[in-house]
Design a protein around this ligand. Structure first.
Ligand code: AMP
Ligand code: MG
Length: 348
């Protein structure tokens, strides 16, 4: 960290790699990781708060920085298959096939862990979430640090994940040691998290890799809590699903119907003089005060966290969000929006 002589605050070191990037620019950040420090870095999904995933003390500091519950495990990010072997064992043929087809990329596979992985990473589970990012900066940082990097999404727990540095700078500048600015993240939503059980693929968290992408390889199971609240009696495979997530401070409500007229009518009914409506470009004129989150599912996934972060600046009484069909990438979008709205969801 650096001491700011003007404000008296401790602030993270910052490096701007948005325009020009060379691998050697990352050596210093990699050294920070090796020395047990926290590094904010881009991946293709969202930004992550990274630390040496094999250093229990460094990992503890991630939980402190985020205010994250210690029973919510972290994903280990690797740069090659040798690193997978270092942390996971007893891989089944299906797990190997999935890795071969989706690594590097926005898929996390929950695997049986090796004892080298600290209990803090896995929240004492006997499994570890493993992902190989495709983003060049993320890949090179892990390779240079030469250790799996534990990295949850870059946000204070409960808040929307960070997809660009300007959105999260104030929130995290004095909580991490080093910030790598790599511009806007490509996907904008966190990775799909899966676990293979009895040769079936269970989606623990939906993301860019969809049900259809996965079902080419095996039967795919989607638990009901992906689109609803976790039932306290239900055995959940992904602890993260229990918690408040992605939420602005302003009250939000999500509305969806396959019948567009009905949906727009309900949204208009909810609109007051001080509401903001988040919708697509075509539907904007139906409302007094609206912004567009994009027209395609890709655009929505790319923009949604940025928009959710911006709504608190407007002092609105209520934010009304138009839902999408929970299919393909739409499943991940609805999973995030339902949580952003604290399950305040009207489906007609
Ligand atoms: P985040 O770190 O915010 O991207 O969230 C990571 C997600 O992966 C959370 O929902 C975790 O509960 C889930 N996760 C990570 N490791 C495991 C694991 N070993 N078993 C089950 N879920 C996991
Ligand atoms: Mg998160």
């Amino acid at each position: 960290m650096c001491y700011n002589t003007f404000t008296g605050d401790y602030m993270a070191k910052y490096i701007d790699l948005r325009k020009e990037y060379k691998k050697e620019n990352l050596q210093e950040a990699a050294n920070y990781i090796k020395n047990g420090k926290l590094v904010l870095f881009p991946t293709e999904t969202v930004y992550g708060i990274g630390a040496d995933g094999l250093n229990a003390e460094a990992v503890k500091n991630i939980f402190l920085a985020k205010g994250r519950n210690s029973d919510n495990p972290l994903i280990l990010h690797v740069s090659d298959f040798k690193m997978v072997d270092k942390i996971a064992c007893a891989l089944t043929p299906l797990e190997k096939t999935l890795m071969k087809n989706f690594f590097p990329g926005p898929l996390t596979i929950v695997l049986k862990r090796k004892s080298i992985v600290p209990d803090q990473v896995t929240a004492n589970l006997d499994t570890v979430g493993v992902r190989m990012p495709e983003n060049k900066i993320a890949h090179d940082l892990i390779a240079l640090a030469n250790t799996p990097i534990a990295a949850p999404s870059a946000n204070i727990s409960g808040r929307p994940s960070g997809t660009n540095i300007s959105d999260i700078f104030d929130e995290l500048k004095d909580k991490v040691d080093y910030i790598i600015d790599g511009g806007e993240t490509k996907v904008g939503l966190e990775s799909t998290v899966i676990r293979v059980i009895n040769n079936e693929i269970h989606i623990l968290r939906p993301g860019k890799i969809t049900y259809d992408d996965l079902k080419k390889y095996a039967n795919v199971v989607i638990p009901t809590h992906i689109l609803s609240q976790v039932n306290p009696n239900e055995k959940i495979l992904s602890p993260g699903m229990k918690y408040k997530h992605y939420a602005p401070n302003t009250k939000c409500i999500l509305v969806y119907s396959e019948n567009k007229e009905k949906m727009l009518h309900k949204m208009q009914e909810l609109e007051t003089t001080n509401t903001l409506v988040i919708t697509n470009k075509i539907n904007m004129p139906y409302f007094k005060n609206s912004i567009s989150y994009g027209s395609s599912l890709e655009e929505i996934s790319h923009n949604i966290f940025k928009i959710l972060r911006s709504v608190d600046k407007g002092n609105y009484d209520l934010v009304i969000i138009e839902g999408v069909k929970a299919e393909g990438l739409g499943l991940a979008i609805m999973n995030r929006l339902i949580r952003a709205c604290s399950h305040n969801y009207i489906e007609l």
